[in-house]
Design a protein around this ligand. Structure first.
Ligand SMILES: NC(=O)c1ccc[n+]([C@@H]2O[C@H](COP(=O)([O-])OP(=O)(O)OC[C@H]3O[C@@H](n4cnc5c(N)ncnc54)[C@H](OP(=O)(O)O)[C@@H]3O)[C@@H](O)[C@H]2O)c1
Length: 340
């Protein structure tokens, strides 16, 4: 069997670390691994018991690979992604740079695997926040036609990368020693996050929406091929290390019963539905190194006869990023598209 050379750009980051662990755990046929970081610091990663030094990415080295995972920054994906795919390398990108590009499929394997037909060797994975809504509600959308979606998100700090996790840990450790939350110099998040929440994930546009709120709306419309879907979102950062939660209000075109909605959610691929009243998922319980989207608290909303509410939790680093990418790679492998 020919060996597959696999590149991971951003191997030293949060998503990169999870991706390497998943490739190992899933016994993905990596013949040779090329791990890349920014080159601004010395970083080592471990894969199958071997220690690798990361280096800065260059097109010549990337072209050695049959498959490259981009888990670094928008700028890096923009610089190399399309050139590499045009040269024949399969690229799976977790950055947001190409997600809305009409020539790039934006794929959640449980929802729209058709994007992996090979017409584009560059495939994007979605924002970690919408996965919970897209995976849990796809069947409901297909059967009852979701017209409007309102979301309040409760997003873990790991969604903002390694430095945000370090910020929360450092603030908590300072609080334990000194009894107050410090305002650390050079913090990456817009406010201290320990014992705090703030309605800002990314920068704001002229309308007052954050970049995360805009991504959620635009990416969901693309994934569901539903340009007319109305989405309204408030994205909130919370002092959780891992696991994004969503409070969802969805209004459909067709009428439903709670029983029929529950059946569709429970039957959705990649979803664990918790119908019990107090049996709802939490980030600590279900959002840490888990592969599924967990949903519960399904109920009628008080505002419209065709509107219901749902609570969903998923691991932003697994289903929201690394696992979604590995699932895409496994589908390409099974379809014989990776040449191994
Ligand atoms: N975190 C999530 O939940 C999540 C979910 C979905 C998508 N994503 C996306 O996944 C990507 C990685 O996120 P993350 O949370 O893992 O971030 P992170 O923890 O901050 O890691 C960033 C990685 O990118 C590398 N990097 C930075 N600048 C680079 C450059 N110029 N050239 C090559 N490598 C560079 C870093 O290397 P150094 O160690 O040398 O700095 C590090 O390995 C981002 O595009 C993010 O939007 C993240």
């Amino acid at each position: 069997m020919p060996a597959l050379t696999v590149g991971v750009v951003g191997a030293s980051g949060m998503v990169g670390g999870e991706l390497l662990a998943l490739l190992e755990k899933r016994r993905f046929p990596v013949g040779k691994l090329l791990p890349f970081n920014s080159g601004r610091r010395e970083s080592f990663v471990r894969f199958r018991g071997k220690r690798y030094r990361c280096s800065a990415p260059a097109l010549t080295a990337l072209k050695e690979c049959g498959l490259v995972f981009f888990v670094s920054t928008d700028e890096v994906s923009a610089r190399f992604g399309k050139k590499l795919a045009a040269a024949g390398t399969w690229c799976i990108d977790d950055s947001s740079h190409f997600r809305l590009d009409p020539s790039v499929p934006l794929v959640i394997p449980e929802v729209n695997p058709g994007g992996l037909d090979g017409r584009s060797r560059f495939v994007a994975g979605p924002n970690c926040t919408i996965t919970g809504a897209a995976v849990s509600l796809t069947r409901v959308h297909r059967r009852f036609g979701i017209k409007e979606l309102r979301l309040a998100t409760y997003q873990a700090v790991s969604g903002a990368g390694k430095s945000a996790m370090e910020q929360l840990r450092a603030e908590l450790s300072h609080w334990l020693k000194k009894g107050r939350v410090p305002d650390l110099p050079g913090r990456g998040l817009p406010h201290p996050i320990a014992f705090n929440v703030f309605p800002q994930v990314g920068g704001f546009d002229a309308e007052g929406n954050s970049s995360e709120e805009n991504k959620v709306a635009a990416e969901l419309r693309k994934i569901w091929s539903a340009p007319g879907l109305r989405v309204s979102c408030t994205a909130v950062r919370v002092p959780v290390l891992r696991g994004h939660s969503l409070a969802i209000w969805a209004r459909t075109g067709k009428p439903w019963t709670l029983k029929s909605l529950g059946r569709e959610i429970a039957a959705a691929e990649g979803v664990e539905f918790r119908p019990g009243r107090g049996d709802y998922p939490t980030p600590l319980g279900e959002g840490d190194r888990t592969f599924k989207v967990y949903a519960g608290r399904l109920r009628r909303s008080g505002t419209h006869p065709r509107e219901f509410q749902l609570w969903a939790v998923s691991d932003n680093l697994y289903k929201g990023a690394a696992w979604n990418s590995v699932q895409i790679a496994e589908k390409l492998l099974t379809a014989g598209k990776l040449g191994v």
